[in-house]
Ligand binder design. Structure first.
Ligand code: FAD
Ligand code: PYC
Length: 416
């Protein structure tokens, strides 16, 4: 990795970064690859990196329709945690959090992981009872999760409305201390740079437009920049999974919907932890820049329109002001949306597709940023070995035939 002195940083700034070493190459598309990854979000880039690093794949391409991390990876609210209910999810998301904890070192790229905790607010006696059961299950699965009293909530989240007369009174909370936030672009760029260094070709501004399938087996990929011969394809396109599946001739049990978020002007540090309030439907954290990063529930209808609207914004802000009346005069800076892929049991699909040689990672819905390393790792394993790893075998498409769902809707903490 090239090191920069203060002087060279100044020189680069003045020269508009003329001579600044590129973090990854901009190669021409080759006519043949051993494996093609569709989608240059975090999951696709992680898949390519682990294919090269763990499985010795030397000739891999990532094909991205837009720019790296321009999909949900660069649009999420950056919360990472592993406090899921079922043993399969606990294993998977805990593995992901472990990979996150070592990611800056492994990729030699600061992903700015801040494990200041993920606090879930409880607003009723019913919340308390349901969460007692969930916490016991999490402890059985080795997930750290602690009860916090209303006083402790007030300490973790200064400014929060602890009034008993509040519309959503706070009766306690659950804290996952290992939870927190990470810089989402850093995750995409870190995997991109490390994958590129291992020989992965990253092709941006190049949509996949179709697949060549012979006798039920993938033999090629059609793209805006030309045709590729390949026998292995990994699809990781989140909200566009059904579109890609249709190109390959199969259907997925996935709906595509917009999830919106927004940020305020920067403030001095208020709180460190990320906070979720399932009853009001909002989540909030403060970025390293000081902005309040806020999000809410899914839009209530399927759509590919990647934009925010006033209706949802009003819902998010009313929830935030309910919890933090002191934020009512803060200015909002930006609002946006990403198209997420919703599966009705709120668990991902990682595994084989009906087409031989084609594998998919999708269905992370509102919560796949935290799963980026594990999603990439397990998809790479499945492609390289043509069988799932223990960690993703229960997350295959088979569960939609057998009914063995892993119902994590409650764990999302977000209204679906
Ligand atoms: P993406 O990052 O969307 O990447 C898919 C890529 O595929 C895109 O770049 C797209 O351009 C590309 N693509 C699509 N079609 C084609 C094609 N035909 N050819 C080539 N490329 C194509 N998760 C959390 O864990 N914590 C959170 O706090 C959180 N907050 C969220 C807040 C919002 C507002 C949103 C929208 C999502 C949030 N998520 C969160 C969910 C999380 O962002 C996603 O689950 C995750 O980023 C998905 O990553 P990905 O790499 O699969 O998809
Ligand atoms: O899955 O933790 C999550 C999450 C937080 C905000 C959106 N998704």
């Amino acid at each position: 990795m090239q090191k920069y002195s203060t002087l060279s940083l100044v020189r680069n700034a003045i020269s508009h970064h003329n001579g600044w070493q590129k973090a990854w190459r901009n190669p021409d598309l080759k006519s043949e690859y051993d494996a093609v990854v569709v989608g240059g979000g975090g999951h696709g880039l992680a898949t390519a990196y682990y294919l090269a690093k763990e499985h010795g794949y030397k000739n891999v391409a990532v094909i991205e329709a837009g720019w790296l991390g321009g999909g949900n990876t660069g649009r999420n609210t950056t919360i990472v945690r592993s406090n899921y209910l079922f043993p399969q999810s606990a294993k998977f998301y805990n593995f992901s959090l472990n990979l996150y904890e070592n990611m800056s070192q492994e990729l030699d790229f600061n992903i700015m992981l801040r494990q200041a905790g993920l606090l879930t607010l409880l607003h009723s006696r019913h919340d308390l009872e349901v969460m007692r059961r969930n916490i016991n299950a999490m402890h059985m699965n080795g997930i750290d999760s602690d009860w916090v009293t209303p006083d402790e909530v007030a300490h973790i989240a200064p400014g929060i409305n602890m009034s008993e007369d509040a519309r959503f009174p706070i009766v306690g909370g659950i804290l996952q201390k290992r939870g927190g936030v990470a810089r989402h672009d850093g995750v995409a760029w870190g995997y991109a740079r490390a994958g590129d260094a291992l020989g992965v070709d990253i092709i941006q501004m190049c949509a996949v437009t179709g697949f060549d399938i012979k006798n039920g087996e993938v033999v090629g990929v059609q793209t805006a920049k030309g045709h590729i011969k390949t026998k292995k394809v990994a699809i990781a396109v989140a909200g566009h999974s059904s579109v890609l599946a249709e190109m390959a001739g199969f259907r997925l049990p996935v709906s595509s919907m917009a999830l919106q978020a927004c940020v305020s002007e920067p403030l001095k540090p208020v709180f460190d932890a990320a906070i979720m309030s399932p009853a009001t439907g909002i989540y909030i954290s403060q970025s390293d820049k000081g902005e309040l990063v806020m999000g809410g529930a899914l839009d209530a209808y399927p759509s590919y329109a990647q934009r925010g609207n006033i209706n949802t914004l009003e819902h998010i802000i009313s929830g935030v002001i309910e919890l933090f009346p002191c934020f009512s005069r803060i200015k909002l800076m930006r609002q946006w949306a990403g198209i997420v892929d919703i599966v009705h049991d709120s668990s991902p699909i990682i595994g084989h597709t009906p087409v031989k040689g084609m594998y998919i990672n999708c269905g992370f819905g509102t919560g796949g940023f935290k799963a980026t390393p594990a999603g990439g790792w397990t998809l790479a394993y499945t492609l390289a070995n043509d069988r799932p790893h223990k960690m993703n075998e229960d997350f295959s498409l088979k569960r939609f035939e057998t009914g063995a769902f892993i119902d994590e809707m409650g764990a999302a903490g977000i209204a679906h």
